[in-house]
Design a protein around this ligand. Sequence first.
Ligand code: ZN
Length: 466
Amino acid sequence: MKSAKKPKSILIKNADWLVTMDRQRRILHHSSVYCEGPKIIEIDSKRKKADKIIDAEGMVVLPGFINTHHHLFQTLFRGVDRLKKQPIIPWVRTIAELVRGLDYEAAYTAALTGLAELVLSGCTTCNDFPYFYPEGKNDLFDATVRAAKKIGIRFHPVRGYMEKTSKGIFPDFMTQKREKILSESERVIDQYHDAGNFSMCQVGLGPCGYYSTSPKLFKEICQLARRKKVRLHTHFAETPGEKISILQSAGCLGEDVWLAHVVYVTPRDIDILAKTKTNVCYCPICNMAKKKVAPIIQMAKKKIRIGIGVDGSASNDSSNLLIEGRIAGRLQGLNREITNVSYLRATQILEMLTLGGASCLGRLKFLGSIETGKAADLVLINVSNKLECAGAHNPLEAIFHTGLTRVDHVIVNGKLLVENGNLTTYDLAKLVNNQNSISRKLAKEAEKNLGVSLILDWTPLLKFDN
Ligand SMILES: [Zn+2]
């Protein structure tokens, strides 16, 4: 009998800084990591041979970053002014007309685009939270799973929904009936959820928000998630007045839940989240549009586990975790009066991007740190050849405070997805072309139906004549 083929190996040697994020938060210097197949086999390895050797002299090696909240389809609608500042009713009209023509190909291309951008910024695991299936196109979910597979990123899609209810503000073609939502939720779990240690796809469930579901269906979805042993996710406290008691009565709190935003919360809400061990996703750029910053330091003090999410183009036009991490740190300075903190340290940002994210997604055992036996998800950044890092006293601080937007190498599940700053799994020029033509087509159709231009909206700021 033929013996099983040995899995491919990668050796990263001579790393200036190897930031492990292990329990002792060790940082090793002039160190190495040896990986075989999907797994880290040895840290500080003395090995000399591997299928692929990366000389990491001058580099910082970090655990892969985890993005815990996104709406990938929205990358098709970047820079649409009417999606950013309108009151809710015209906003709904605009998004409805834009997504009307969304189909499998468009969702696939949008997901490729967002995921490619994320991987190039060091992201190795990503959530997506699609909640519109216009005209019953349930396969939009499947398109994103295919895109993640193509890019090679670890994927955590959540099958979101907007239930057809009498008081809903979305047009009928964007919402779905209870029975369909339940059967589709079950289908995508059965089809795509892999509970394995090094799983590349784990499905979650949840309504867009509690305002988009009846209490009855919300409860049923929570029960279904628990029966199938998958996680729950939803938007919460993005705007004032959202009540945690509604999540409580649906059963949407607990260790297997992570909530996006959590901005408008009271000290009592924070206590409930801490007590139930509910995870939180901090979306800093989106916070800026909400007039308030999530109380991250107050929540961390209560031992709440926090990850970071870029969120979609309705609030953020970039899918970049280096940018998001930088803003995540700086923005907490606005809470200074309460917390006496002017910004978060790079190590604190990194904790949220790695261990915090892994906790949100229920993957702490195998993701979030560089340790023997964990997944081979690694990011390498050369800090010795970049203008932004020149003169930096601490390379780790330089990564998150100087404005870097791209990393040098990214390994996911033992595979090199980014090499010398280039994506290895997809032709970016082709992707940009496809994305542009689909986005234009959707915008054109929407403009026709709305009777307005989505591009020209010239609003001057400076009140003087030149
Ligand atoms: Zn969102």
